[in-house]
Design a binder for this molecule. Structure first.
Ligand code: ADP
Length: 371
């Protein structure tokens, strides 16, 4: 566990970047520090590995005061990932990943083996090993940055806006990578972002900071969305918080209705005969839903190009948010539900999802830590 006890940081010019911060980042969990630009997130993170020294207060790691530890040794136990990866430009990918093992004196074969294993672990095949960072996309560089931070298997990971510089699609993929790795590795992660959606997706615990380095609220994401402590937190978590909070509410057993389907490649006549409904669901040979068609508009066979693809797909045991979104985004207004293998189970009706929402409980009150 990383513990901040009344930690403050004043820069020499008089700026108070962090003000009397007390916070615990539990072992094996992701704690996200989130807040607007300039609220002291980076300063807080860098005090943990002593790149910045606090003006007052103490930071401890598993009850050991970091102020009394050798900074170089402290840092070797902490993976550090920053925006735009910060890779060494003149070193190959594999040499970048092996940076810390080499510092720790591992021999060459062991460093190589470990680096190749991590390359694969972060989703890059071995053909990338001997490229230079400039020969990779931003997202690939960031994967290498994560691999480098994990190389010596440090118990702590410090991540400072690691995904801010990549586009939204790649960003989601990198977030998913972090969640997959974390499920296996269980690191103690301190993650800095200004993006509340990222905080809510990744955090077991989310700490909201306000400018001046004050902790405004710390809670798990569901609680933060449903019980913002004050106007600042309510504004910061945003207008869609009611909808986003549904992402943490498991769906009850809703009725799932049988849906008439047609196969991709079947004829227009076949589709028209199947139903009088305006919309028909198209599936592939494994019954994976592909999209909707309007049979009345078809002239020949059902092809991928003739499908309306607006609809999202939900898992029947997933969160209520996904079920509601499936219904709202479907052109037929029937929300498509699939099983764990992605095969069609049937459809749900929006009004029944709404009834389930009305009957769902808000997260219970907890003793939250508020500074
Ligand atoms: P965040 O990461 O939330 O954007 P920072 O920790 O970078 O915030 O900065 C917090 C405050 O401290 C800001 O007002 C910033 O301008 C100020 N600050 C950061 N670094 C320095 C520095 N080296 N000297 C003076 N002020 C600084």
């Amino acid at each position: 566990m990383i513990r901040f006890d009344g930690v403050s940081k004043q820069y020499p010019d008089g700026t108070t970047a962090v003000d009397d911060l007390s916070l615990e980042a539990p072992t094996g969990q992701i704690t996200v520090l989130v807040g607007p630009s300039g609220c002291g997130k980076t300063t807080t993170l860098r005090m943990v590995n002593r790149m910045i020294e606090p003006t007052s207060g103490a930071i401890s790691l598993d009850d050991q005061d970091t102020g009394s530890m050798d900074p170089a040794q402290l840092r070797r136990g902490m993976g550090y990932v920053i925006q735009a990866a910060g890779l060494f430009p003149h070193r190959t990918v594999i040499d970048n990943i092996g940076t810390v093992p080499r510092l720790l004196g591992w021999d060459r074969p062991r460093t190589q083996t470990r680096s190749m294993e991590l390359l694969e672990r972060v989703g890059l095949d071995s053909s990338y090993a001997h490229r230079y960072p400039s020969q990779l996309s931003g997202g690939q560089q960031q994967r290498v940055g994560v691999a480098r931070a994990l190389a010596a298997d440090p118990p702590v990971m410090l991540m400072d806006e690691p995904f801010s510089a990549v586009d939204p699609v790649v960003r989601e993929q990198l977030q998913d990578l972090i969640l997959e790795l974390q499920a296996d590795l269980g690191k103690t992660v301190l993650f800095v972002t200004h993006d509340i959606d990222e905080a809510i997706k990744l955090g077991d615990q989310v700490a909201v900071l306000r400018v001046g380095g004050h902790l405004a609220q710390v809670a798990d994401p569901a609680y933060l969305l449903s019980h913002p402590f004050d106007d600042f937190v309510a504004d910061f978590v945003g207008r869609d918080r009611g909808y986003r909070a549904l992402g943490f509410v498991a769906a009850p057993d809703l009725p799932v209705y049988k849906e008439i389907t047609v196969d991709l490649g079947s004829s227009a006549e076949h589709a028209k005969a199947a139903t009088t409904d305006a919309w028909l669901l198209v599936v592939d040979s494994e019954r994976h839903p592909l999209g909707w068609v309007e049979p009345a508009r078809l002239t020949s066979a059902i092809e991928r190009g003739s499908l309306a693809r607006g609809g999202t797909v939900a898992r029947s045991n997933g969160p209520l948010r996904n079920l509601l979104d499936a219904a709202l985004s479907s052109p037929s207004r029937r929300g498509v539900v699939v099983d764990a293998s992605g095969a069609l189970r049937g459809t749900v009706r929006g009004h029944e999802v709404l009834t389930a929402i009305e009957q769902s409980e808000r997260p219970p009150e907890i003793d939250e830590v508020v500074a």
